[in-house]
Design a protein around this ligand. Structure first.
Ligand SMILES: [Ca+2]
Ligand SMILES: [Ca+2]
Ligand SMILES: [Ca+2]
Length: 279
């Protein structure tokens, strides 16, 4: 390999900066349900004072849920991204035992996001899933105005990341578990359905009166970028410099084809990634 020519090429490339922004998608409900479906008693409504459109759910039920099986923005292979953030807004106008005369007891419920993979259907379960409790304190007091909840996670994690649970395994005498042989990454490599709900799979619930509003369901996929060596979202001289240093030091970070050799193929992979830019 002619190292000086390679360095010149890299230097030439370094003048062409490329932006690598994370990709975000939000259902605002301003244009309709956008593939989302709500539990019984859910409907689109518009705030007359500010024109904001959202879903409102009014029902006597064990819990409310919102699921999407049709909007590809929220589904598919999460493991293509370095990190994924899921977010939603919720307001609670009523969550209590109002059905019993003179004994209005406020209830507190969790708010859960669950990612379901139908390939792990089996036994008594219709899917394998992973879930995260965004809050255990959803009630009339805490959510008397809009509150945003979100979770960011590494979709390539094999173990359940901190705070996540698994569901769909048959060996669940002590609570829900991942399907046998499935990792966290296996489940989120094929998300068929995403659900926001007040159901923690580990708990059971009494009937309650709900008047809950939700809005701004969003997903942010940070695609990551091989050539962005300093992870600042921009491809420039600093990334080239860091690559050259790592390559010279035989740092595994520069072994882009992961064959433990530091040669032309790694430089070529870096050039290709750099030229491709960041998604
Ligand atoms: Ca809205
Ligand atoms: Ca960079
Ligand atoms: Ca290599």
């Amino acid at each position: 390999m002619n190292r000086s020519i390679t360095l010149l090429t890299l230097a030439a490339l370094s003048t062409a900066a490329t932006s690598a922004a994370a990709q975000s998608y939000t259902t605002t409900f301003d244009e309709g349900l956008d593939g989302w479906e709500g539990s019984n008693g859910s409907f689109l409504t518009t705030n007359t004072s500010n024109g904001n459109r959202h879903i409102r759910s009014v029902d006597e039920t064990f819990g409310v849920w919102y699921r999407n099986t049709g909007n590809a923005e929220f589904l598919g292979d999460y493991t293509q991204s370095d990190s994924v953030t899921l977010s939603m807004d919720i307001r609670v106008d009523l969550l209590n035992s109002q059905n019993l005369p003179d004994t209005i007891v406020p209830y507190t419920r969790p708010l859960v996001v669950e990612l379901r993979n139908y390939r792990y259907a089996g036994g008594f379960h219709q899917y394998g899933s992973v879930y995260f409790v965004l809050s255990r304190e959803i009630n009339e007091t805490n959510q008397d105005d809009w509150t945003t909840f979100s979770i960011t996670f590494d979709p390539s994690s094999t173990d359940l990341p901190e705070g996540w649970g698994g569901f769909g395994g048959d060996n669940d005498q002590d609570g829900p578990v991942l399907p046998e042989g499935a990792t966290f990454a296996d489940i989120v490599s094929n998300v068929d359905e995403i659900v926001f709900s007040t159901y923690d799979p580990e708990e059971f619930y009494l009937f309650a009166f709900f008047d809950v509003s939700v809005d701004n369901f969003s997903i942010t996929r940070d695609a990551g970028c091989t050539a962005d060596f300093n992870d600042d979202g921009v491809l420039d001289f600093f990334d080239v410099s860091l690559f050259i240093n790592a390559f010279g030091a035989q740092d595994p970070a520069a072994d882009l084809n992961q064959d433990r050799a530091y040669d032309f193929f790694d430089v070529s992979a870096f050039l290709s990634a750099y030229n491709a830019g960041c998604p």
